[in-house]
Design a binder for this molecule. Structure first.
Ligand SMILES: C[S@@+](CC[C@H](N)C(=O)[O-])C[C@H]1O[C@@H](n2cnc3c(N)ncnc32)[C@H](O)[C@@H]1O
Length: 197
């Protein structure tokens, strides 16, 4: 019974990744770099970033259909052709990304903090994720991580600092400061910046 459940979950993941493989050539027709936001929510940050950097393809992903739909409405209203929002999980996105398409910058702004210990395994920042994200990033590409949950910040700093493919940088500012929905609600926040070695 349990193995049937695992098999159908694996089939679902394979199907999601296949759909992403079909989508990629439409998003990025050539081998080119792109700015990637993971957990883009309603798309405030990436819409502002894409407007300020019209030559850079920007892709925001989120696993919430409602949030992606809101972000897409922003893209349509702004008429930004270099901006795409898609419904995708971060691991699926990395698994389906074609060789040759590489992230020139990665943003993770207020990722779900999963404060309970038994839920820490659900956090996005993990050694395997950092290795896979580095493999999909250009040399020198910055990784921006911002959270209002200090224990997650401390853990992310340790993990990123210990990841062979990333080098922590002293800066704490994003290249563009556009508060996200969660940033507006947060009394304070913590930022780490790293560069792909
Ligand atoms: C706390 S919200 C922050 C949203 C936005 N970045 C902001 O600051 O307003 C975290 C977002 O990450 C998304 N998310 C969680 N796990 C994800 C995953 N594995 N892949 C992509 N998005 C994910 C959630 O659906 C949610 O929209």
């Amino acid at each position: 019974m349990r193995s049937k459940g695992i098999e159908s979950y694996k089939a679902l993941v394979a199907q999601r990744r296949e759909q992403l493989r079909i989508q990629f050539p439409k998003l990025l027709p050539r081998d080119e770099s792109f700015v990637w936001e993971i957990g883009c929510g309603h798309g405030h940050f990436l819409t502002a970033y894409a407007a300020a950097h019209p030559q850079e393809p920007c892709i925001g992903i989120d696993i919430s259909p409602e949030r992606v739909a809101r972000a897409e409405r922003k893209q349509v209203r702004a008429g930004l052709r270099n901006l795409h929002f898609i419904l995708a999980d971060a691991d699926d996105f990395l698994a389906a990304l074609p060789r040759g398409r590489r992230a020139s910058a990665i943003f993770m702004l207020f990722p779900d903090p999963w404060p309970k210990r038994r839920h820490h395994k659900n956090r996005l920042v993990k050694p395997e994720f950092l290795a896979a994200a580095a493999a999909a990033a250009e040399k020198g590409a910055p990784l921006y991580f911002r959270t209002d949950y200090e224990p997650y910040f401390a853990e992310a700093r340790l993990l990123v600092g210990g990841a062979p493919a990333w080098r922590l940088l002293p800066q704490t500012l994003l290249p563009l400061e556009e508060p996200t929905v969660f940033q507006r609600r947060a009394p304070r926040h913590f930022t780490l910046v790293a560069a792909r070695r």
